[in-house]
Design a protein around this ligand. Structure first.
Ligand code: HEC
Length: 155
């Protein structure tokens, strides 16, 4: 019982530290949450198309088109307000964004532009058949991993 109380006190202490870090700069915490939510939406929509490209789902033109349209819309969101200075690993909680991102903002923008181009190519191809989807997949998925390799901390 005593051990349990000790463990509970330790857990509470950890939780309190976490809370005070978040309270210190809620706008940064919110920006981190928002960009991760955006990334999850990329992953969902890419997954819908990827399943078709890999033969794990039946190709459906309307579904592929919707997912590609979503990717284009998502890639057009602001690249700045969700990536405030001081929101990198070590400075903010619950992020895997590396400090190198803020030291190479031009390159980050270039890599984001590559995602926009990859999504636009997929948008043009998505409704026109599985072959076109497969052909556009490499450029699109490659844009995701190129940026992750440079600016996302491996798990
Ligand atoms: C220009 C850079 C860039 C591009 C392009 C990019 N990402 Fe990311 N992504 C990141 C960074 C940086 C993080 C870490 C964000 C953080 O933890 O604050 C991340 C995180 C993620 C995560 C984890 C989110 C979470 O909840 O922790 C997923 C999933 C993801 N990206 C998927 C994708 C997919 C799919 C694409 C392409 C369709 C993509 N990303 C394109 C930079 C990028």
């Amino acid at each position: 019982m005593k051990l349990f109380r000790l463990a509970a006190a330790a857990a509470l202490a950890v939780a309190t530290v976490g809370l005070s870090a978040a309270a210190a700069n809620p706008s940064i915490e919110n920006a981190v949450r928002a960009r991760k939510a955006q990334m999850q939406l990329y992953a969902f929509n890419l997954g819908v198309i990827g399943a078709m490209a890999q033969g794990n789902a039946t190709y459906d033109a309307a579904t592929a088109q919707s997912a590609a349209d979503n990717l284009v819309a998502l890639a057009s969101l602001s690249k700045t307000i969700q990536w405030p200075a001081g929101s990198h690993v070590g400075a903010a909680a619950d992020t895997r964004a590396l400090p190198a991102l803020w030291e190479n903002l031009d390159d980050f923008a270039t890599k984001y532009a590559a995602l926009g181009a990859g999504a636009a190519a997929m948008q043009a191809a998505a409704g026109g058949g599985l072959d076109g989807v497969k052909a556009a997949m490499g450029g699109l998925a490659g844009a995701c991993s190129a940026c992750h390799q440079s600016y996302r901390q491996p798990q």
